[in-house]
Ligand binder design. Structure first.
Ligand code: HAX
Length: 433
């Protein structure tokens, strides 16, 4: 398997780099922590390390050093497609170098060979489906694959620490291979006939997801590729990535760890903003029975703010410029649905809302984030079940967090154990005692 061999070839040098850094400079101070940060969700504390992606406040995400436009331009694409193979992106995240078409296809073919989902997973989901949210089903589906973990089996049979990453990679490939089928089954169970989906061997990973939810439109195949690539990784401090890392740091396998990460993604402060944006846009559209005028939209935006609510899709904790993930989707919309009313509304919102937020003066960076548009594009192609959107996010996010988990094992990252203090201790500290 080419990804395995490539990682094996570069691993000794990486291990040496990290060992040297810690041995020779282990006591160098990287950051300090304030009381506000301790009570403020550890916002901005530099205490994690990943080489897979980095969020530059002025440029947005870079995957292995490449910006979003570079990734979309340089990753190999299926013949006639506008967007790249997701298998190529996974190769880039795992190996750290831009894949050739053969490399991308090697991952896509590995996924095909590993994509069969055991029957018991479908059975479990069928029992739970009537009451469960799609994210619960998605997380349960992942967890019910845990019994197949190679890492857990090998660990109990006995392997050295140096060998941990190999079975972790195997598990990650096995898991990611099945995600389009799992997500499509959740979709079909909740909103369609409930039939078990069957991948088309002639389609790539992302297009197969589209095929299995019944949207057999080459444009939507491209949107699926774009969506999964854009949502794959956003450094390590966001909740779904961090939870996955934390759980895996106990030497739990990737099924336990990724399922936990998905439970974090299911929270309204994390993965749900895309559906909230779409709800807000549809609210505007309904009120004005179409795309409003600039002035009407300004008033609507102010009404939202005056009601004490946020305007979803705008603002970011780190980014100071419009999210390049927003631009990539915006450009896609301009090419494929310039006359779609909701897309025209998204464009108008982009012209009006940042001004309104600036006038209000609260949001530090009143710029569009990834969620300002993602739901609108799904809606255009008929994927209108809002509750499902976080599952789409989860399928993409798997690529980044599993790549991180493989490298955390490869570099022997230990179990996470930050230290806590009490409020009384902090009071004493600030009083100078
Ligand atoms: N509408 C109204 N008010 C906003 C705002 C918006 N879009 N964005 C920020 N503000 C307000 C904040 O609520 C905050 O108000 P208070 O001081 O009263 O609490 C103030 O401006 C300062 O906030 P900030 O420092 O600019 O932003 P934060 O780092 O605290 O929060 C958020 C960043 C993305 C959560 C925030 O901008 C927000 O709530 N945006 C709307 C929801 C949204 O789009 N979420 C998706 C984020 C993308 C993502 O990461 N998805 O996974």
């Amino acid at each position: 398997m080419i990804v395995h061999d490539k990682i094996a070839a570069i691993l000794p040098e990486w291990r040496e780099r990290v060992k040297r850094l810690v041995k020779e400079h282990g006591d160098v101070v990287v950051d300090q922590v304030t009381v506000r940060q301790i009570y403020g969700g550890m916002r901005g504390v530099k205490s994690l390390v990943t080489d897979i992606s980095f969020v530059d406040p002025d440029q947005g995400i870079r995957f292995r050093g490449y910006t979003i436009p570079e990734v979309l331009e340089r990753l190999p694409k299926p013949d006639g497609a506008e967007m790249p193979y997701v298998g190529g992106l996974y190769y880039l995240l795992l190996v750290g170098e831009m894949p050739t078409k053969d490399d991308a296809l090697a991952v896509e073919n590995e996924w095909k060979a590993r994509s069969v989902v055991p029957q018991h997973v479908f059975d479990v989901l069928r029992v739970l489906a009537p009451l469960a949210h799609p994210m619960q089903l998605f997380s349960q589906a992942v967890l019910s694959l845990q019994s197949s973990s190679l890492f857990t089996r090998k660990y109990h049979e006995g392997m050295t620490k140096d060998e941990y990453w190999g079975p972790m990679l195997e598990d990650s490939l096995n898991l990611t291979a099945k995600l389009p089928t799992l997500a499509a089954f959740v979709y079909n169970l909740k909103y369609r006939s409930g039939a078990v989906p069957h991948p088309d061997p002639d389609l790539d990973w992302a297009a197969n997801f589209a095929h299995m939810i019944g949207v057999d439109d080459p444009e939507y195949y491209d949107l699926a590729r774009l969506y999964f690539i854009l949502h794959s990784d956003h450094e390590s401090g966001n909740a779904s990535a961090h939870v996955t890392h934390l759980v895996a740091s106990t030497l739990s396998d990737i099924y336990y760890a990724f399922s936990a990460g998905m439970n974090a993604l299911a929270g309204p402060l994390h993965g749900l903003a895309n559906q909230e944006t779409l709800r807000w846009l549809l609210g505007v559209y309904e009120k004005f029975q179409g795309v409003p005028t600039r002035e009407q939209l300004r008033e609507y935006a102010w009404d939202t703010l005056n009601a004490g609510k946020v305007i979803p899709g705008y603002g970011h904790a780190v980014l100071r410029v419009p999210d390049p993930r927003f631009w990539a989707q915006f450009e896609f919309g301009k090419r494929h649905m310039p006359d779609d009313d909701l897309f025209r509304l998204v464009s108008l919102v982009y012209e009006v809302v940042p001004e309104v937020l600036k006038e209000q003066g609260k949001a530090r960076y009143p710029i569009p984030n990834v969620d300002a548009i993602s739901g609108t594009l799904q809606y255009h192609y008929g994927v209108r079940e809002f509750d499902f959107y976080t599952v789409l996010f989860g399928v993409g996010r798997a690529l980044g967090v599993t790549a991180n988990a493989v490298w955390a094992r490869a570099l022997g990252q230990p179990i996470e154990r930050p230290k806590s203090v009490t409020t009384a201790m902090l009071e004493e500290l600030v009083a100078g005692k």
